[in-house]
Design a protein. Structure first.
Length: 369
């Protein structure tokens, strides 16, 4: 039996990272400094430098990165934050946990918050806009920034899927007051567990986020804010420091895999391919096609040893835990939810594997004629 073509090949990645990482982990364990030690500080400096930001705060995960950024900016009870519904539920939970209310608007053809719909969603309670750079591509930040400036709104970016993505030469996560990242293992820059970060050029926000991640402590046992226990683990920081210098090469390979898919699947009736926004550099956290008969295609691929996934099968406003938002009507979001399918895309995919996946997709739709 042929080896399955998987969404992420972690075992291959581990073999590639090899003995240098093991040596670093051994040194970390021997040093015995496990919480907010030198590796967290070094990763924060390195990640900020990589993005061209002044400051970085390592936190427990992407959800809490967004929550802490919003709390640090004073977003809370009575406030509204405009965002999208075709994201991980963590995006909206972060808004709720900060004490505010999410306001969902529809998306554009790239699955991102549609700037043309922003102004009609703004009320006296609107405090911030939270665009999601979904699937590895930046949202239309020029247009979003124009609306935010006009209405004096803050921008907090959900860049949890966009490590290294750029828009007009600037990194996703560096346009707003704060950019929030997840380092969940599947991300372009992934840890070996949960991890996240906030980047900003705002010193006051940076200093407040440092306290909020550490239970509101200004110094040991002196708590001036009601914060969270959301510290980036030293263990994960060791891994992230080791992997960060590889991020550009890994993203380059993702783009090569995506380009091969696009070349092979162009012109196949029924297959909608991902587009790249003008001025954007997509880093393909996911390679998402739009197809009819999606569930049948998934079953067909699985029967032939190929994994696939749907991101996200249920939009947030349809989730049971968000039942109060059921009256929200988002035509594009709801339609895309029924059509999208993610194919394997990762730096360790071979050309033969890409060809095999594309060949199966082609064969499936040829047989549908």
């Amino acid at each position: 039996m042929k080896q399955r073509i998987v969404m992420n090949d972690f075992s291959r990645e581990y073999r590639d990272l090899g003995k240098p990482l093991i040596k670093k982990l051994d040194s970390f364990l021997a040093a015995g400094q496990y919480i907010l030690g030198p590796n967290v500080a070094a990763f924060e400096r390195g990640f900020a430098r990589h993005l061209g930001s002044k400051y970085c705060v390592g936190v427990g995960n992407g959800l809490e990165a967004i929550q802490i950024a919003l709390m640090g900016l004073g977003v809370g009870k009575g406030d509204e934050v405009i965002t999208v519904s075709n994201s991980d539920v963590a995006t909206a939970l972060a808004i709720l946990y900060a004490g505010a209310t999410p306001v969902f608007i529809d998306v554009d053809e790239y699955y991102h918050l549609d700037p043309k719909l922003l102004e009609r969603a703004i009320t006296k309670r609107t405090k911030a806009i939270l665009p999601v750079h979904l699937f590895g591509q930046a949202a239309d930040m020029s247009a979003i920034l124009d609306v935010a400036k006009k209405h004096k709104l803050m921008i907090v970016e959900d860049a949890c899927q966009a490590h290294g993505a750029t828009y007009k030469g600037k990194y996703a996560g560096t346009f707003g007051t704060a950019g929030c990242f997840s380092f969940y293992p599947t991300k372009n820059l992934g840890a070996a567990g949960d991890a996240g970060a906030i980047v900003t050029d705002n010193k006051a926000l940076y200093e407040k986020c440092l306290m909020l991640r550490n239970r509101g402590a200004k110094k040991r046992c002196v708590h001036v804010l009601r914060g969270l226990n959301s510290r980036l683990d030293e263990l994960q920081a060791v891994i992230l420091r080791h992997k960060l210098p590889r991020l550009r090469a890994a993203n380059k390979r993702r783009r090569e895999v995506a380009a091969r898919y696009i070349s092979l699947l162009s012109g196949v009736a029924g297959v909608g391919l991902p587009g790249e926004r003008q001025g954007a550099r997509h880093v393909y956290h996911q390679f998402v096609i739009s197809v009819p008969h999606r569930d049948k295609l998934m079953k067909y691929l699985s029967m032939h040893g190929v994994d696939s996934l749907v991101h996200y099968p249920v939009p947030i406003h349809w989730q049971e835990s968000f039942s109060g938002f059921r009256n929200t009507h988002l035509p594009k979001t709801e339609r895309y939810t029924k059509e999208m399918l993610s194919l394997p895309v990762h730096p360790y995919m071979t050309e033969a594997q890409v060809d095999a996946v594309a060949g199966l997709v082609k064969k499936f739709f040829c047989n549908k004629k």
